[in-house]
Design a protein around this ligand. Structure first.
Ligand code: SF4
Ligand code: SF4
Length: 231
């Protein structure tokens, strides 16, 4: 019988920095059509992996390194999820790898609002990888908000990780990210994509997509994690 420990060891072997597991019933309040059970009616557990982004990406005067590796790391997560899915299938279990980022079907052009088939940040929270900060990013104790997330749905009932309840990572009296957003896109719970996207995602004349704003990530005092604090 496969165990959570075996899956986590494989995830690390495949290149993940973090791996947590959430039982599917933790997603019962997900929007209709966007829960693991909507995607896979046999789903019992959600395996969530994360890889760290180098903190140095925030220190460049050019937006190019940050832009490129924000697009590159989701592909790394997809590779890890694919390998985990093969691993599970080869042992006779059901598994569906979920894209870390694109593509998604739901798009409301009038308010520039896109919704992934599964919210990776909520999955990470449900699997105990971190808390949700007021900037809407996951804050992990070790890597701060510099992580990219991927997930695999499986029909195996696995031992779950506890949800993290560390409000100290995003204290009630902090509103730095909200106050610093140049377009007032954050309200402490959600992000107004119609305000954020034109400011943060720019396509240049050559057709390259560049991420021109990450203030709400960079300014977060806990955002760079304990790795950063050790330095
Ligand atoms: S990325 Fe920039 S524009 Fe978007 S919410 Fe963060 S600070 Fe605001
Ligand atoms: S800047 Fe402050 S309020 Fe915003 S996510 Fe970080 S800790 Fe939370």
């Amino acid at each position: 019988m496969i165990t959570s420990k075996m899956i986590k060891e494989k995830a690390i072997e495949f290149g993940a920095n973090l791996c947590g597991i959430a039982p599917v019933d933790r997603f019962k309040n997900a929007p209709r059509g966007f829960s693991p059970l909507d995607l896979y009616p046999k789903c019992e557990s959600v395996i969530v992996c994360a890889k760290r982004l180098p903190i140095g990406l925030l220190n460049s005067t050019s937006c190019v390194p940050y832009s490129h590796y924000n697009d590159f790391l989701p592909l790394e997560l997809d590779r890890i999820s694919l390998k985990l899915a093969y691993y599970l299938e080869d042992m006779g279990y059901g598994a569906i790898p979920i894209p870390s980022d694109n593509p998604y079907e739901h798009w409301e052009s009038n308010r520039m609002y896109g919704r992934a088939i599964l919210s990776m940040r909520h999955a990470a929270y449900m699997a105990g990888l971190g808390i949700l900060g007021k900037n809407t990013l996951v804050i992990n104790e070790e890597y701060g908000n510099m992580i990219i997330i991927g997930a695999v749905l499986t029909d195996v009932n696995l031992e779950a990780d506890p949800i993290i309840d560390k409000t100290t990572l995003c204290p009630e009296n902090c509103s730095l990210c909200i106050d610093s957003c140049p377009v007032d896109a954050l309200d402490g719970i959600t992000i107004d994509q119609q305000k954020c996207r034109p400011r943060s995602i720019v396509t240049n004349e050559k057709g390259y997509t560049l991420y021109k704003c990450n203030i709400c990530r960079e300014i977060c005092p806990n955002g760079k994690g304990t790795l950063f604090k050790k330095k």
